[in-house]
Each structure stands twice: as C-alpha cells, then as structure tokens.
Design a protein around this ligand. Structure first.
Ligand code: 4NP
Length: 155
C-alpha cells in the first residue's frame, strides 16, 4: 500500500500526517510506504516547520528526514491513496485528475476522523503552537481511522 499525504506547503500538516501514519504502520509490522507533498511549491526542499517537528518529537516521531516536495500528477500512478488535508487541497487535487480512477484515489483525510462534521485539518501556519497540537490530535485520530478502514477492507 502506498499513501500520499497532501497539504498546501508540505511543511506543517502533511509531514505530520506522514510521520504519524508511518509510526502506526511500523508498530503493526505493515510494509506500507507513506509520503507527503504540497499543492504549492512555496517550500520545496525545506525541512518541516519546527513547530511540526517539535510536536512530533514530543510523541517520539522524527520528521527530520523529510523535505518538502510539490505534488505532481505522476503521483496518481505511483500511489494508491492521495489523502488531502483540507477541502481546498482536495479541490486542487481533483482539478489535476484525468480519470475517474484518479478522482476516486483522492480522499479527504478527515473523512476517516470520528466527527463527520469536521472536513478540514486547519492550516496552522500563521497561528501559535496550540494550532499544531490540534493538528496533531486530528491527524492521530484520522490516520488511526484510515488504518482501521484499510485493515477491515483487507480482512
Ligand atoms: P501546510 O501549511 O500546508 O500545512 O504545510 C502551510 C505552510 C506554508 C504556507 C501555508 C500553509 N504558506 O503560505 O507559505
């Protein structure tokens, strides 16, 4: 299974989503490949935001091997699931699709969360560290939901 996490800058939310899901699959001994990218190229080549690195580290997750990359349409072929952090990312990804198969690969991360009214992982970039704690909790919940859904579908 190959999963691509996508946000706008690929420095705050999707690097955390990548790190958290990678940690969960490793703990369960699953051989999945998780990656992340951004719909913009604003931060290509950069490390994740220090606030994402800090909150991840507090949960024993190391994001220091990650570098921001821009989403390219070739990822539709390379990955099984493309998980969008918010509805704007979702719309931007859908606009790059060229088939129904590709459109079905694109899903909202929070559709795997517990509260069906929550659609977006809020963009924490311009806020304080509380925003990153909220992002961490939402992603912890939704990546767990995604993992359980995949395991149920497989069994
Ligand atoms: P991300 O957060 O999409 O979660 O990585 C952002 C990072 C940078 C910007 C916006 C959001 N920016 O405008 O530079």
């Amino acid at each position: 299974m190959k999963i691509m996490m996508v946000c706008l800058g690929n420095i705050c939310r999707s690097p955390l989503a990548e790190g958290i899901l990678q940690d969960k699959v490793k703990r369960r001994g699953l051989d999945w490949e998780i990656a992340s990218s951004g719909t913009s190229g604003y931060h290509v080549g950069q490390l994740p935001d220090s606030r994402s690195m800090d909150i991840a580290e507090r949960h024993g997750i190391d994001l220091s091997g990650q570098r921001s990359q821009r989403f390219v349409p070739g990822f539709f072929n390379e990955y099984d699931f493309i998980l969008a952090m918010d509805t704007q990312n979702y719309e931007d990804l859908l606009s790059m699709c060229s088939s129904d198969k590709e459109r079905n690969q694109v899903q909202l991360m929070m559709d795997y969360g517990e509260d069906p009214t929550v659609k977006d992982v809020p963009d924490p970039y311009y806020g304080g560290s509380d925003g990153f704690a909220e992002v961490y909790d939402l992603l912890d919940e939704a990546t767990e939901g995604f993992l359980q859904a995949m395991i149920l579908a497989r069994d």
